[in-house]
Design a protein around this ligand. Structure first.
Ligand code: ADP
Ligand code: MG
Length: 600
């Protein structure tokens, strides 16, 4: 059994003590020291490689949010490096107009990079996986071709010179420190984004899109914001790259570089900053130190990728994550504490969700076929019926995943918009899923904090720069999530990776996430499936307590005993129609229900 130590309703998350902080900072401190002291070696060859590693990482830090966090396969990201490089080179060369200051040109590269980031990113809203990957590749080809053909500006195949940055950034190590400084800045910003509600939302979109939507996360807006950031830093990286190369031609931007960026992030590990940083450094250094390998670089990258995928699918980040290899207690017990619900939930005015003559047909399948039903706050409404009778579909229509074929879903008389599940969270309608939707690689605490995403007040930029509202949001979200975890009895597992949990624990974790919305309505889709008899009893008590705290609970379950024990009203579905509705006692003795469903 796990030890339960905390008793106060609010509390600190585990693992943020001084020692834990130092422990997680240690790697960064070592890297920074190496970075700062590198010029002591005095070797200019190493200097060039180090500059290149910094520049590549500036780009990869942004790409990491797209590939590693949001899970979008962007393999043609070299296009943005090209755009940035030509922008800086052309503006500073003075061939087209009066020469710009290199720093101003660098800013222009960032702006143009941001614009092109959105253009490359837009297809991600419609296309998935390889289809999106192909569009990014296509874009990279277009950019190179334009650079070749637009001879007046880019110099075509002959190329154009890159700028020299003014003193103190022009001697070799001065330029290195400029690159290092920008790399550190971008690392800090991407780390801030990754550890904010926006970073968690990105990972949620990647691993559990429906749960993300149910928590009110709007994918298009979030993705576009991240594409702006990643595009801007890639543009800046391009500007620095043009200075590093001192002369740029279209064939400097090869497919190999693009592959390097992508694989650097992949072997680093998804959802980590340190891992992809190390991955990028390794891939930059590797061909340099093994000169005969230069001609084989694509082969080496591919082989490395294969080995990593086969041997350590989680990448370098997984190797570094020693904390999650510590064994968990064997016989864990979930003891919910319903008495804490008063602190978790908010008193809201009474409300009613009403379904009237609701129908949803999938082609010829009448999944639901004219359902009338009312759920009031403060009561548990049980929904039972044989497999395929339309229970999950009913919840999906209420949560906005499907637009009904006919009929209405109303909240306090006003119709709810359909086909937009991410809008439901604002109505304080929360739900769990028949198959738990977890973000396996994130901690239990992070999984739960996702549920409170819409209550954050700070914007993306505020989080990126760690401004005060970001801190306030994080503190509040973390405390609320710990409280929700304590309420369902999972607080001792808060810092554990969610994919290490048992099935029953995942069910309670989903409830904690739903509670983060401080919902008016909570829809639970078979929460007792896979639970032991004792756990079902505790779940039942928790469900009743949630409803008594003023939440309207809609409970879909196969365990008839539990339904009859905890429900105030029960609706029985069969073939998408209401077979019976009434109090548990009425349903228990309803002839047709007994014959068709309860058996006996
Ligand atoms: P329950 O949750 O009661 O077991 P569901 O609501 O999941 O049942 O399903 C009701 C019926 O609708 C089933 O016949 C199922 O096959 C069908 N159905 C559900 N979702 C879809 C879908 N997306 N496309 C086609 N048919 C579906
Ligand atoms: Mg179902």
């Amino acid at each position: 059994m796990t030890e339960v130590t905390a008793s106060s309703p609010s509390g600190r998350a585990p693992g943020i003590g001084r020692f834990a902080r130092l422990e997680s900072a240690a790697g960064w401190i070592v890297l920074a020291l190496i970075g700062v002291c590198l010029p002591l070696l005095g070797d200019s060859y190493i200097g060039v490689i180090a500059q290149r590693a910094c520049i590549y990482w500036i780009l990869c830090a942004g790409l990491n949010l797209i590939v590693g966090y949001a899970g979008q396969i962007a393999i043609g990201w070299v296009a943005l490096l090209t755009v940035g490089a030509y922008t800086t080179a052309v503006l500073t060369a003075g061939k087209v107009m009066a020469p710009w200051n290199p720093f101003l040109a660098l800013i222009a590269s960032g702006v143009l990079g941001a614009i092109f980031g959105v253009i490359v990113g837009l297809p991600a809203l419609r296309l998935r996986t390889f289809y999106f990957a192909m569009t990014t590749l296509g874009f990279a080809t277009i950019v190179t071709q334009v650079a070749l053909a637009w001879t007046d500006v880019t110099g075509g195949g002959v190329g154009t010179p890159g700028p020299e940055f003014p003193w103190p950034f022009n001697p070799e190590w001065g330029f290195y420190y400029l690159c290092l400084l920008l790399a550190a800045l971008v690392t800090w910003m991407s780390y801030n984004i990754a550890t904010s509600r926006f970073g968690r939302a990105l990972v949620a979109i990647r691993d559990a899109e429906v749960a993300a939507e149910a928590s009110g996360i709007a994918k298009p807006r979030l993705l576009m914001t991240v594409f702006v950031f990643a595009g801007a830093v890639a543009g800046v990286a391009g500007g620095l790259f043009s200075s590093l190369q001192s002369y740029i031609t279209p064939d400097a931007f090869t497919f190999e570089i693009s592959v390097l960026f992508f694989i650097g992030v992949l072997i680093g590990g998804r959802g980590s900053i340190m891992g992809p940083l190390l991955g990028t450094i390794i891939l930059t250094i590797l061909p340099e130190f093994a000169a005969p390998l230069v001609a084989w670089s694509t082969f080496v990258y591919a082989a490395l990728l294969l080995v990593i995928v086969l041997v350590i699918p989680g990448g370098i980040a997984d190797l570094l994550d020693y904390k999650n290899r510590r064994p968990l207690p064997q016989h864990r017990e979930i003891v919910a504490r319903p008495e804490l619900l008063a602190h978790v939930l908010e008193k809201r005015p009474p409300a009613t969700i009403e379904l009237s003559d609701l129908a949803l047909h999938f082609g010829g399948v009448r999944a639901i076929d004219g359902i009338d039903l009312k759920v009031n706050t403060g009561e548990v409404h049980g929904l039972i019926g044989p497999n395929g009778s339309g229970k999950t579909t009913t919840l999906n229509v209420i949560s906005g995943y499907y637009a009904p074929t006919s009929g209405r879903v109303r909240l306090n008389g006003a119709e709810l918009p359909s086909g937009a599940p991410h809008l439901r969270a604002a109505y304080r309608i929360a739900r769990t899923f028949q198959t738990p939707r977890l973000i396996g690689s994130a901690s239990v605490l992070d999984n739960v904090m996702i549920g409170g995403t819409i209550d954050g007040q700070g914007g993306f930029t505020e989080s990126m720069l760690r401004l005060p509202r970001h801190h306030r949001d994080e503190k509040r979200l973390r405390e609320a999530a710990m409280l929700a975890l304590r309420t369902v009895g999972l607080e001792s597992l808060a810092s554990v990776r969610a994919d290490r949990l048992q099935h029953s624990e995942l069910r309670f974790m989903e409830i904690a996430r739903a509670l983060m919305l401080r919902p008016s309505f909570l829809m639970l889709d078979e929460p007792a499936a896979g639970l032991s008899a004792e756990e079902i009893r505790r779940l039942g008590a928790l469900v009743v307590a949630i409803s008594r705290a003023g939440v309207g609970v809609m409970l879909v379950e196969h365990h008839a005993d539990m339904i009859f024990e905890v429900s105030d009203r029960v609706t029985v579905l069969n073939l998408g129609k209401v077979l019976a509705a009434g109090t548990p006692d009425e349903i228990r003795s309803h002839r047709e229900v007994v014959n068709a469903y309860l058996g006996g």
